[in-house]
Design a binder for this molecule. Structure first.
Ligand code: FAD
Ligand code: DLZ
Ligand code: SF4
Length: 509
């Protein structure tokens, strides 16, 4: 009997296991834009346009390749993905549903537990072959380790793939990691290339209209819309990055500037996560640039580490620890997310810039996410669920498998240090060192206790003080506690008072 093949919005790759297993002359592909997926968080409107347009282009491509595709667009008003499969199953006497395993626990559980009965059809989940480390392999690597460290996982992955490896098993350049070279402030020395931008075609323009009509009030600018929406455009965006930005990627990896929202970052995560780019191919293309002498090793190694290391590592952690992971809140953070995370209306220049970039592009680079909006949420003690839902909603690249470990583990330290040993809490000094924001800010970065002092400063010490029991004995935090103790008691009191005053009036920061 013919089979149905469901392809999700973040599975837009012709290498999918489900397509490899299917037969275009007999089986039928199902794709659908549905309310449940569009509504589990208030996704940024640019993210919705990107996904729906990329889905429609992908369906058209499959049809050109000879597949029959049942495509249910937004205006069919379907509630969830199962309803779409049900509609197609009625039409075709299907014997089975094939799906490449979804990236989210919620959906995978529904497919396993509820769908077979609802559909009266066997549901077969196939491995997502786009990842370089399977959930099983990660589990094996993690077994028996008390604490996991990305760096060791990454070395295994380098050995496993041979990326930047010498034939004798040593890392190219004699070191695994060149991060120490990657901490420059942006000094204007290298021109800022920006990501490659594309004109919306008729399909994209139609989606923009539909999203504008359906969600007139949702967060996120719709236009200008310039993302790639096909695999071939995404490949052009990758080439553009490799030619123009990769050489500066390492040096300026941690920099932030008012001049530009992208610096030397790839702006490729939305394409990687939706299936338009393949992670291994992206790493190999970057590796070639090093061998061709077109990009330095600190840049290429740093870039490959993000994809081969961090991206695979967070996915491994997600599947290892879900569903309990999502409930973790070990620092007992319960404050509400301030409204300025949506409005951008705050006197803190660094935060206002990060929210503006987020609203305009459904993008902020890693250091803004980690050290500005993330750091602030940690210091304010924002409830993990609220900040998690914000990150999941506002970025074009956001899916729970990658967003949750970054937010809950890396930023909020809510897993007690499983993902990263030490919280990324930092004072305004860090932001001042890595950016040009502070000169133009209402607050004074050199002060922690005055009425106009930078909120990050007093909130940092408040965080250190309120979590003393947890972190004082931490080998990498002893120095911080010593510095706090060395401060005059009156100064400490003034700092904590300033922090309390800020915490009492968070909405007006
Ligand atoms: P580049 O700086 O060019 O890096 C290259 C690639 O490496 C990225 O495209 C991405 O695929 C990968 N990468 C880099 N860092 C990470 C990381 N920490 N985890 C996983 N992959 C990484 N990334 C997402 O893809 N989706 C998310 O929902 C997401 N949420 C995040 C939430 C928080 C709180 C933080 C701190 C980070 C989050 N990240 C997320 C990771 C990272 O910020 C983005 O991958 C990156 O900013 C994407 O921009 P880029 O393509 O220009 O990255
Ligand atoms: C994110 C998203 C959105 C907004 N809409 C859809 C949709 O309408 N149809 C669909 O198939 N997928 C969508 N997605 C992606 C899914 O949410 C994603 O596949 C799961 O979260 C698993 O990663
Ligand atoms: Fe951000 Fe503080 Fe600098 Fe203002 S002074 S930009 S709030 S770090």
């Amino acid at each position: 009997r013919p089979r149905l093949i469901l392809i999700l919005g973040d599975q837009l790759s012709t290498d999918l296991a489900s397509l490899a297993e299917g037969d275009p002359t007999r089986d039928r592909v199902v794709m659908a834009e549905v309310r449940e997926e569009a509504g589990y968080v208030p996704h940024h409107r640019k993210k919705l346009v990107f996904l729906f347009s990329a889905m429609r282009h992908f369906a058209a491509r499959l049809r050109r390749q000879g597949w029959t595709v049942d495509y249910y667009p937004l205006d069919r008003g379907l509630e969830d993905l199962c309803e779409a499969v049900l509609a197609s199953a009625r039409d075709l006497d299907a014997g089975e549903l094939l799906v490449t395993e979804p990236g989210e626990y919620r959906l995978r559980e529904a497919m396993k537990r509820r769908w077979p009965q609802r559909l009266s059809l066997a549901v077969r989940l196939l491995e997502d072959r786009r990842f370089l480390c399977t959930a099983e392999a990660f589990r094996g690597w993690a077994a028996g380790r008390k604490q996991l460290r990305m760096e060791f996982f990454y070395r295994e992955m380098r050995r496993h793939t041979g990326l930047l490896m010498e034939p004798d098993g040593e890392p190219v350049g004699g070191r695994w990691n060149f991060d120490a070279d990657n901490r420059k402030r942006y000094d204007g020395g290298r021109p800022l290339p920006g990501p490659l931008r594309f004109e919306p075609d008729a399909t994209t323009r139609r989606v923009i209209e539909q999203v504008a009509e359906t969600w007139p009030d949702r967060f996120g600018d719709l236009e200008p819309f310039w993302f790639a929406v096909t695999e071939s455009q995404a490949r052009d965006a990758l080439e553009h990055f490799l030619d123009h930005a990769l050489p500066g990627f390492g040096d300026y990896q941690d920099a932030m500037t008012r001049e530009d929202d992208f610096l030397f970052h790839g702006v490729l995560s939305q394409y990687l996560n939706a299936g338009l780019l393949n992670p291994l191919a992206v790493c190999e293309a970057a590796e070639q640039r090093y061998y061709q002498g077109r990009a330095p090793l600190n840049a290429v190694e740093g870039f490959i580490r993000q994809i081969l290391g961090w991206r695979e590592y967070v996915r491994g952690i997600y599947w290892l620890l879900m569903p309990d992971y999502k409930e973790e809140n070990r620092l007992h953070s319960h404050a509400d997310l301030p409204w300025f995370y949506w409005s951008g209306e705050t006197g803190m220049r660094c935060v206002a810039e990060a929210v503006r970039s987020t609203r305009e592009h459904a993008y902020a680079h890693h250091i803004q996410r980690l050290m500005v909006t993330g750091n602030l949420a940690l210091l304010l003690g924002v409830e993990v669920k609220q900040i998690h839902e914000w990150y999941l909603a506002v970025y074009a690249d956001a899916y729970e498998w990658v967003e949750l470990p970054n937010t809950l583990g890396m930023v909020m330290h809510a897993d007690g240090g499983y993902l990263g040993s030490k919280p990324y809490a930092a004072s305004g000094k860090y932001i001042q060192r890595m950016s040009d924001y502070c000169g133009d800010c209402r607050y004074k970065v050199s002060s922690a206790e005055e009425d106009n002092s930078c909120p990050f400063n007093s909130l940092y010490w408040h965080f250190i003080q309120r979590h003393r029991g947890r972190f004082e004995k931490h080998p990498r935090m002893g120095m911080v506690y010593k510095a706090w103790e060395r401060m005059a008691p009156a100064k400490r009191r003034a700092i904590l008072q300033r922090a309390e005053a800020l915490l009492d009036d968070v909405e007006n920061l």
